[in-house]
Design a protein around this ligand. Structure first.
Ligand SMILES: Cc1ncc(COP(=O)(O)O)c(C=O)c1O
Length: 380
């Protein structure tokens, strides 16, 4: 592919020697699990986010399950969750014993809002999962204020974003991260974290991620073996100082797309005033998304539909999703296509992508009317 969907390798190139050195130091230390690298990374990520506590865990899915349980979510409770997200956002509710209740999202931002969440609230609602989808912070604080229900911010896609000067991952009662290799802050395998200002939630998460034990002697509840390991933490400590420059690169890439005239061709994702998204994905919308993806592939540009089958329509979720009416989710699922995005996407690459879209639109199956997009504001 001339322009790939992700470029995970280029941003790391100059850091290889430092990473190798830190991995070698861990191998020499003989400490592989819950040692000084994890403790230091937890402190450094907490400082970066501006939160009191971070607990490293094995992946972003466990992070959600453990954070929900730390909030006291269990059997008989309901957790509101968007359906237009990666499957794990909802899947992670099930091990707590609670029931997922799917809500819709805003048509412009693709994120949950106080209104979309309110439609799914019942007396059983114990928590709300607000996903910072595609790296754009959801209105987490507003949802918490409007509902009075604890909000878990699923920031798996949003490391490096901020809202009103506060980091994504510090906006709710508790937040969760994934460090999967394609994420904004990647490690070289699986990894995740839970971030919170609430000492009781942090303490519960710390106990739960280690078999429900504080001291390895007394086991107070059935928990999980879910730990970030020392090698991944050592790598993450090398990468975290570069996260802001990478996020700026993603915003620059978005500006390149818009300056190349993308808005004349397809509908662009919007981000509300005051947000600094860390565009994990740059997902535009088009009524002929699949034809466009195929035409781009022929032109050497990799684009991908995200969540074509939204979570509430997945077979494993039929029990909870079959009766949900989520028209915006269905529309976004049908029309979105993610374009190449990375911290190092160049103006030339953005021009190539936009030229390929222009060529496809001009010779496409139907003559399109001008795309409708609202308030696509520039944050870069
Ligand atoms: C929004 C969202 N939530 C949760 C996850 C789960 O993270 P992980 O793959 O580390 O378990 C991911 C990514 O995979 C994600 O994109």
């Amino acid at each position: 592919m001339a322009v790939a969907l992700f470029d995970t390798a280029t941003p790391l190139q100059g850091l290889r020697a430092q990473i190798d050195e830190r991995i070698a130091a861990v191998l020499d230390s003989g400490r592989f699990v819950l040692g000084p690298e994890v403790a230091a990374f937890e402190r450094e990520l907490a400082r970066y986010l501006g939160v009191e506590h971070v607990v490293g865990v094995a992946n972003g899915t466990d992070a959600i399950t453990i954070a929900l349980r730390a909030l006291g979510v269990g059997a008989g409770d309901e957790v509101v969750v968007p359906s237009f997200t990666f499957y794990a956002s909802a899947e992670a509710i099930l091990p707590t014993g609670a029931t997922p209740v799917f809500c819709d999202v805003d048509a412009d931002t693709a994120n949950v809002t106080p209104d979309t969440v309110r439609a799914a609230l019942t007396r059983q609602t114990k928590a709300i999962i607000a996903v910072d989808l595609f790296g754009v912070p959801a209105p987490v604080g507003e949802i918490g204020e409007a509902t009075g229900v604890p909000v878990l911010e699923d920031a798996a896609q949003a490391a490096g974003a901020s809202a009103g000067g506060r980091r994504a991952g510090s906006l709710g009662t508790v937040a969760t991260f994934s460090f999967f290799p394609s994420k904004n802050l990647p490690c070289f395998g699986d990894g995740g974290a839970i971030a919170t200002d609430d000492e009781r939630v942090a303490e519960a998460a710390r106990r739960l991620h280690f078999h429900g034990s504080r001291d390895k002697l007394s086991f107070e509840q059935a928990g999980y073996n879910s730990r970030l390991d020392e090698i991944q933490a050592a790598i993450l400590r090398v990468l975290l100082p570069h996260l802001d420059e990478w996020s700026a690169g993603r915003r620059r890439a978005r500006a390149f797309y818009e300056e190349a005239g993308l808005a004349e061709l397809v509908s662009l994702p919007a981000a509300a005033e005051g947000l600094e998204p860390a565009w994990h994905m740059y997902a535009v919308r088009d009524e002929h998304a699949d034809e466009l993806i195929a035409a781009l592939a022929r032109a050497g540009v990799e684009a991908r539909a995200q969540y074509r089958t939204p979570v509430h329509r997945q077979p494993a979720m039929s029990q909870w999703g079959a009766h949900a009416a989520l028209p915006v989710t269905d529309q976004l699922a049908r029309t979105n296509l993610a374009l190449p995005m990375s911290p190092v996407l160049t103006r030339e690459q953005a021009n190539e992508v936009v030229d390929a879209i222009r060529a496809a639109v001009v010779s496409g199956p139907t003559v399109k009317s001008a795309p409708t997009t609202t308030a696509a504001h520039h944050d870069a």
